[in-house]
Design a protein around this ligand. Structure first.
Ligand SMILES: *[C@@H]1O[C@H](CO)[C@@H](O)[C@H](O)[C@H]1NC(C)=O
Ligand SMILES: *[C@@H]1O[C@H](CO)[C@@H](O)[C@H](O)[C@H]1NC(C)=O
Length: 259
């Protein structure tokens, strides 16, 4: 024979203690009353951010940070109409039931609001010399959770590890998807081209506009000829001037002093 369970006090329950919401979408924090004898329990909600609590539901009204942006739903849930990143916090549902033997219960829920990444800041060097190292950088600060970074070369995504790709197998790059760095240990001619970076998380992605990176040969013969040519030209010119003025710069010092 069964018997009717006797409520020994107020007991709360929630469907999710850790709640993820997307920014600009509605989200409901559940505070379910499992058992209660009191008719009109006192319901309060507090938001706890950086250890500081503030009321968001008090004296039967939505208050504080949630004012005009939420409502209470039976039995004690809070529905936020349009979540924003500043709603990321812990929320505590507190129910006081004076006619119950155990007259108080509370439940803590942590809410994290996902934020879409914005266009990242990309830095791509305009020109690099073959065989030297260089680093491209990408940074995005608003996305939550923190985005992962992907790099594209001439509109083709660079594989995480060039060794696993036939096309990029000879490239010396290293990608750090957490920091956004794309580092070449030794730039090759084939690494030249347009680069852009994409910041991506669970809610979305954004990318910077492509920027050109040129890779130049070191022209050793050219540099040598330029330097050597310069020296030859200098002496040639000096000798010509000396001859022209018939000063004999290099041999007839005494003569020169008289003038
Ligand atoms: C939510 O808020 C944002 C920013 O205040 C606004 O742009 C957007 O239209 C709102 N969304 C809804 C569904 O009300
Ligand atoms: C990579 O280098 C090897 C050896 O130099 C060469 O045979 C191969 O064609 C190169 N692959 C690509 C994709 O450039």
């Amino acid at each position: 024979t069964g018997h009717i369970p006797v409520s020994v006090g107020v007991t709360l329950r929630t469907t999710d203690k850790v709640v993820w919401a997307n920014e600009f979408e509605p989200i409901e924090l559940t505070c379910l009353i499992e058992s209660i004898s009191t008719n009109n329990p006192r319901i309060e909600w507090k938001k706890i951010k950086n250890g500081a609590p503030s009321y968001v539901y008090f004296q039967n009204k939505i208050a504080g940070d949630l004012e005009h942006r939420a409502k209470l739903r039976e039995p004690a849930n809070i529905l936020i109409f349009n979540a924003t990143r500043s709603d990321t916090a812990e929320y505590r549902c507190e129910v006081a039931a004076i006619d119950d033997q155990r007259d108080f219960d509370e439940i803590l829920i942590s809410l994290a609001v996902r934020v879409k990444p914005v266009v990242p800041q990309c830095s791509v060097p305009e020109s690099v010399t073959v065989g030297t190292s260089t680093e491209l950088q990408c940074l995005e600060n608003e996305g939550f959770p923190a985005p992962q970074y992907h790099w594209f070369h001439n509109n083709e995504e660079l594989p995480q590890d060039p060794k696993n790709s036939l096309k990029f197998i000879n490239s010396s790059y290293i990608i750090n998807p957490d920091t956004g760095s794309l580092k070449f240990r030794r730039a090759r001619k084939e690494d030249a081209g347009e680069y852009y970076c994409q910041a991506k998380n669970d809610v979305g992605n954004a990318q910077c506009s492509p920027q050109m990176m040129e890779v130049y040969d070191v022209d050793i013969l050219g540099i040598f000829l330029k330097c050597f040519g310069g020296v030859v030209a200098f002496f040639g010119l000096t000798i010509s001037i000396c001859n022209f003025l018939k000063l004999g710069c290099f041999h007839k010092k005494g003569h020169n002093e008289n003038k």
